[in-house]
Design a protein around this ligand. Sequence first.
Ligand code: FAD
Ligand code: PHB
Length: 410
Amino acid sequence: MLFRGQDTSESLFPEDSSMRTQVAILGAGPAGLLLSQLLSLHRIESIVLEKKSRSYVESRIRAGVLEHGTAQLLCDAGVGERMKKEGLRHEGINLGFSGQLHRVNLSELTQGKAVTVYGQHEVLKDLIAARLRDGGQILFEVDAVSVDALLTKEPCVRFRYQGENLELRSDWLAGCDGFHGVCRPSIPPEALKVFEKTYPFGWLGILAEAAPSWDELIYAYHQDGFALFSMRSPTVTRLYLQCDPDEDLSKWPDERIWENLERRLSFVGPKKVRRGKVLQKGVTSMRSFVVEPMRHGRLFLAGDAAHIVPPTGAKGMNLAVGDVWFLARALDFFYSQGRTDLLESYSENCLRRVWKTQRFSWWMTTMMHRFERHDEFEHRRQLAELDYVTGSVAASTALAENYVGLPWAG
Ligand code: FAD
Ligand code: PHB
């Protein structure tokens, strides 16, 4: 048996290869690690199991924009120190179209709120360091993971770790293992309803060693397709181009990428995209996906395991954070007061916010991308929508309040 605070220099496993904890968490992404951190603040014990290595998790480039409430929660959870120093507070974003940039003043439209540009992998580094410093248990590179006994009072995870077959029993199981994890597929299909939409395009993303030319993000609508100008730090730029969903990266030498970025991100004024060494390249497909409910017996799904949004609204990681905020609170009420009502309403509470965020991500995606290259009606409609969104206080306020993040509850 394992106990919180146990000296981690001892073997983690007892003779019989079975362990027990209060909450077993699958996946050391933002959902799993933040849940573990929040639970520890409530003195609830958890063990995190992760398929990949620590170095892989800490270097995988993914999200970069933290909602106002996400940044606040990281601070409240005691993992916001580096983010406060190194993260970039952005009080506005820009929509680019017809060669012009239009700034949406997020802070002015949302009573002072803002977003923070800080890489997801940096958030994960901070969370891993905090968990390990406080004696939290994260087992990296687990293999052959399966979950069982979900409808009993003691769900079970079986896995291989350092060559041994092990079993982890717990009161509750948190499925934070992403879209391709094992938790969601372990729920009988008849117990879940799936909602899905795929888009006829993807994003080709690069990370470049170049100082950002602009201070804030630019979402650009262009005849040739969408482009996004973003950043990670004062010396690293993150850029994306709309491409085919199954785009062959070998057809995109650096020169072709830069030419397309320069064309799609060309606006009135002296600034243009600054080129630099390409550090990373990849293609992301785009989909909207939700399963209902987000719970099966003692298994709770959180984050990408339960829902995916197209990245246009920068919402995926933020939704994962919102889910585990609900889950940590519900588990705290259970252990501290014996209350099960928040566990019962977990799925419903999360889904209310998930669907609003799905709507926003779908809306941003349809407004910013070229669907049919030759559909001139659609092109004019999109330009009119962009003109309206940037010209009307009511419409830009709706964009701003969604972009900085809707409240978690209510
Ligand atoms: P994940 O981060 O996928 O973590 C799941 C973890 O579980 C992984 O570490 C995985 O290795 C592990 N795992 C899988 N299977 C198992 C198993 N069987 N056993 C144990 N562990 C397992 N979101 C934003 O909010 N803002 C953005 O700006 C943004 N930009 C994005 C840009 C790109 C290019 C992409 C691809 C995504 C972006 N996202 C963004 C989305 C965001 O990265 C995800 O929504 C977020 O990572 C979800 O977190 P998660 O913890 O639910 O899942
Ligand atoms: C990013 O910086 O990776 C990023 C920013 C905004 C988005 C998506 C991704 O909407």
